[in-house]
Design a protein around this ligand. Structure first.
Ligand SMILES: C[S@@+](CC[C@H](N)C(=O)[O-])C[C@H]1O[C@@H](n2cnc3c(N)ncnc32)[C@H](O)[C@@H]1O
Length: 159
């Protein structure tokens, strides 16, 4: 499969999973956390689908499209590994992490801390959506929407 096809399938999986959990997240109070603001595309999608929710975005620095940039109080810069710790216990309804790089050695380091952080920021029954697999005893894998192949993007509920 070409890299273009692979990229399109990953983004399709990302969008379809985010769309599939809108009602589920609606059942849980709490903010939405966006780990890896990037260009701000998924931030914009979350904002559109969770009107009225506080959405806090994280990245090394702000590099998003200006119309998809959070207000300063909801933008956290620096290494998520450290900056995310202040949000452990916040009781998020949804945490979305799109911080995989496609480089196995870099992603392996991210996976030494990301599952614990995701479990830590979520409320009971909160939803984790991730580009990297999250192995954690409190994160239960949920079935993916129809047509999304296992392993392309990941979906969990915090027990
Ligand atoms: C693939 S992009 C996210 C794209 C975003 N979902 C969008 O739709 O525009 C990944 C982002 O995560 C950020 N990132 C990755 N690891 C990080 C870390 N440890 N701390 C802070 N930001 C990180 C990168 O700087 C990059 O902007």
């Amino acid at each position: 499969m070409s890299r273009l096809d692979s990229f399109i399938r990953r983004l399709t999986a990302q969008r379809d999973i985010l769309n599939s959990i809108i009602d589920l997240v609606g059942e849980t109070p709490g903010p939405v956390l966006e780990f890896g603001l990037g260009n701000g595309r998924t931030y914009d999608h979350l904002r559109e689908n969770f009107p009225g929710r506080r959405i806090v975005a994280f990245d090394w620095e702000v590099r998003s499209y200006s119309a998809s940039t959070p207000e300063a109080q909801d933008m956290v810069t620096g290494n998520i590994r450290e900056s995310g710790q202040a949000f452990v216990g916040i009781g998020a309804a949804l945490a979305h992490a799109d911080i995989g790089t496609g480089h196995d050695e870099i992603d392996a380091v991210t996976l030494t801390w990301l599952p614990q952080l995701m479990a830590g920021v979520l409320a009971h029954n909160g939803i984790a959506v991730s580009g990297l697999p999250l192995e954690h005893p409190e994160l239960m894998a949920l079935p993916l929407p129809d047509g999304i192949k296992e392993g392309r993007y990941f979906l969990y509920r915090r027990t």
